[in-house]
Design a binder for this molecule. Structure first.
Ligand code: DQA
Length: 145
């Protein structure tokens, strides 16, 4: 049997991990995150399809693709978390199709600026993991199995 695929999607500015505000996001690069995710997924009997985009439309297209593929999703929506109803609606398409979607954040947005306290995604996500750096992604994978 082939391992079920999980889409692991990261939104805007996350391609700058490692050098972007390391005091908040840590020193791991996105390549480090994807490598650790790939290893953890394999350990859990999953295949991780890891992608990052700075484009809202592309992220939405990938969420539709996950639905069509019948894949669960781990999503770090970056700043889209706080205002993108279009990303929220696409996440709702995933969860109402019967798939799981775990919202992840490296930092803990609830402990940061006021505008980060709102997530328009959380209300349609299966669950949220925030504040554990790279580990947030790995915990999200574990939550799926
Ligand atoms: C983030 C938190 C968001 O507020 C921020 O805009 C990001 C990253 C996180 O992983 O902690 O880009 O999603």
């Amino acid at each position: 049997m082939t391992a079920p695929t999980v889409f692991v999607l990261s939104g805007p500015n996350l391609n700058r991990l490692g050098t972007r505000q390391p005091e908040i996001y840590g020193s791991d690069t996105l390549a480090d995150v994807h490598e650790a995710v790939g290893r953890e997924a394999e350990r859990l009997g999953l295949t991780a399809d890891c992608r990052q985009t700075n484009s809202e439309g592309e992220l939405i297209d990938w969420l539709h693709e996950a639905v069509d593929a019948g894949a669960d999703v781990v999503l770090n929506p970056g700043a889209f978390t706080h205002y993108s109803y279009a990303v929220r609606d696409a996440c709702a398409i995933v969860t109402t199709s019967g798939r799981s979607l775990v919202e992840v954040h490296l930092s803990n947005p609830a402990a940061r600026e006021e505008f980060r306290h709102t997530s328009v995604v959380s209300g349609v996500a299966t669950g949220t993991v925030a504040g554990f750096g790279l580990q947030s992604y790995l915990l999200a994978l574990r939550a799926l199995v």
